[in-house]
Design a protein around this ligand. Structure first.
Ligand code: 8DG
Length: 130
């Protein structure tokens, strides 16, 4: 049976209404694709707790998590990803790319010009429709 993982991604918005996008590095799975920073939910964690932990680990800053934006099941060739995305904002620290190739604040109108991990497309569509 194919491996199934439950993953959360943070849609971090700033005061200029830009979104923090993260580029996966060449050595990660889904290399060189953009994503919402986050990661796999561990046993006993709520999605919100996972996001706070992952953003601390990956970006070295603290976020406040708000409402869920989208929930998607995407079948990759080797894994099924159940991705949940949540609105959030930074409450302390400056985001740094500790694991990603780079971070970029992107205005809504430019979100589509990035090459996203396929599971993220429904979230992008939702953000653009609002
Ligand atoms: N964090 C995050 N992961 C995403 C997004 N979209 C998407 O397809 N994924 C996939 C990539 C990975 O297969 C999985 C997240 O796992 P992870 O963040 O722990 O990544 P990883 O590279 O350490 O995991 P692995 O696949 O190498 O085991 O979900 C997204 O927007 N954010």
């Amino acid at each position: 049976m194919m491996k199934k993982v439950k993953v959360v991604g943070a849609i971090i918005r700033n005061e200029q209404d830009e979104f923090l996008c993260a580029l996966r590095s060449p050595t990660m799975s889904l290399p060189n694709l953009w994503e919402f920073p986050g990661g796999k939910i561990e046993e006993g964690e709520t999605p919100e707790q996972t996001l706070v932990r992952e953003i601390e680990e990956e970006l070295d800053c603290e976020i406040q998590v708000y409402e869920k934006v989208e929930e998607v099941v995407h079948e990759y060739p080797n894994v099924i990803v159940n991705l949940l995305t949540y609105e959030s904002t930074i409450i302390s620290g400056e985001p740094k790319a500790k694991e990603h190739a780079k971070l970029q604040w992107v205005p809504k109108r430019d979100l589509r010009s990035l090459e996203w991990a396929p599971a993220d497309i429904p979230t992008i569509d939702k953000l653009l429709s609002n």
